[in-house]
Design a protein around this ligand. Structure first.
Ligand code: FAD
Length: 398
């Protein structure tokens, strides 16, 4: 008989810690809590684990951000990813194939150069390449002056790459379950109850569950869940679309992102091209793909790779992204409600952060202290005007 990776449990009336959201961040938090010896933890997921962005993303991992806070945090994540297959005893298919961010204007090349220098200063491997060097590594790219936006330079980041996103979700879920965490699919939180500014518990479609600590880890649904606790944080939800082509012989051996054409692509081990662009311009909660996205993507990618003019698209999809004003996350206790924590604001770029987000969130919950690596991501930064500005490094680069 096939062994199940996680069990179905009866929902208890009380847990020490309740995690809302069964995406990679919620499951990673649960996994690291169990590793720290914290028992009595439940993950409540409205649909099925990986239903949200964690099962819809294009799986690009990198740490070449712009700010010191961002670089240190995402670098911690890449380091955790490097040993994760072994640690979880599950093949996550992590391929550190290198990550290009192309610049097509003087302004973007100047921004990429700043990032390269900031990365180097903090020990992260990133450097600039000129068009001839780019062409050597990406033979099919058009570096002539014919495209609307000729390639001027690129930021190259060797540790960046791709991973199998479902495997990360399943691996963390199995690890958490083995450590005693209960994972409850089809369990929707509809209400958050507090008493005297202290968390009491959550009302779900399966009954009321009380808890000592509650963390919202619901990415695109963060505004809704925070509103249940009467908290308003600066999240704005936008859909992000992606597509995948049929399989082709291996020809693209690195992740390629264009900062000015707002597109990116990589090739999976199965040969498919996984492709994406920027967020839909207006906020909403729909998860539909559009012809406009496909047309824009095709027009822009052909400027870089005319060789793709005959490829066949297999599927398109969309997911929700919780954007913050500075394109950095919020991972923080909420001062107004004792025992309530928020982990969100992962935008279009949060999958890569799952290990560091889960590891630090688990420490925050278990020890009641905010670890130094996530202290800059408190929601109070918006009140105190100390933003962690990652817009140029985060948006389309994923
Ligand atoms: C098309 C696309 C491409 C992307 N590409 C990349 C990329 O290449 N690299 C990268 O790093 N990031 C990428 N991202 C972003 C990344 O997917 C997300 O930032 C990340 O997956 C968020 O993970 P999460 O665990 O926080 O949330 P999610 O995976 O979204 O999980 C949240 C869960 O909460 C559940 N939930 C919501 N409300 C409730 C409730 N009331 N009760 C119970 N459960 C609830 C949902 O059902 C969902 O399963 C991409 C996103 C999209 C959409």
């Amino acid at each position: 008989m096939t062994k199940k990776m996680w069990k179905q449990h009866d929902l208890k009336k009380h847990y020490d810690i309740v995690i809302i959201g069964g995406g990679a961040h919620g499951l990673a938090t649960a996994y690291y809590l169990s590793k720290m010896g914290v028992r009595d933890v439940a993950v409540l997921e409205a649909k099925y684990i990986g239903y949200g962005g964690s099962g819809r993303n294009t799986a690009i991992l990198r740490s070449n951000y712009r700010t010191e806070e961002g670089i240190r945090f995402y670098d911690q994540s890449i380091q955790l990813y490097e040993n994760l297959s072994q640690e979880l005893d599950f093949n996550l298919m992590f391929s550190q194939q290198g990550h290009f961010t192309l610049g097509h204007t003087e302004a973007s090349v100047s921004g990429l150069t700043t990032r390269a220098e900031n990365n180097k200063a903090l020990g992260v491997d990133s450097y600039m390449l000129d068009p001839i060097e780019i062409k050597k590594m990406l033979p099919e790219i058009d570096i002539s002056d014919h495209p609307r936006y000729p390639v001027l330079a690129a930021l190259y980041h060797p540790p960046g790459g791709i991973i199998r996103h479902d495997a990360v979700v399943w691996g963390y879920a199995r690890g958490a379950e083995q450590g005693g965490v209960e994972i409850h699919n089809l369990t929707t939180v509809g209400e958050i109850r507090t008493e005297k500014n202290k968390i009491k518990g959550v009302q779900t479609n399966r009954g009321f569950v009380s808890c000592n600590k509650l963390i919202s880890v619901v990415a695109g649904w963060s505004s809704d869940v925070c509103a249940m606790a009467g908290i308003e944080l600066p999240f704005v939800t936008h859909p992000l679309q992606a597509l995948v082509t049929e399989s082709y012989k291996p020809w693209l051996h690195h992740v390629v992102v264009s900062s000015n054409l707002h597109i990116y692509l990589s090739q999976t081990d199965r040969g498919e091209l996984v492709c994406g662009g920027g967020i839909d311009g207006y906020p909403h909660y729909g998860m539909r793909s559009t012809l406009a996205f496909l047309e824009t993507y095709a027009a822009h990618v052909l400027e870089l790779f005319p060789v793709l003019h005959n490829v066949k698209v297999q599927r398109q999809w969309a997911g929700l992204c919780d954007m913050t004003p500075d394109y950095s996350p919020i991972i923080s206790p909420i001062d107004e409600i004792e025992g309530f924590y928020v982990n969100g604001g992962w935008g279009t770029y949060g999958f890569k952060a799952s290990p560091a987000s889960g590891y630090n969130s688990a420490q925050m919950l278990a020890q009641g202290k905010v670890p130094a690596n996530i202290a800059p991501f408190s929601y109070n930064r918006f009140r105190e005007n100390r933003l962690v500005g990652e817009k140029a490094a985060a948006s389309v680069s994923n």
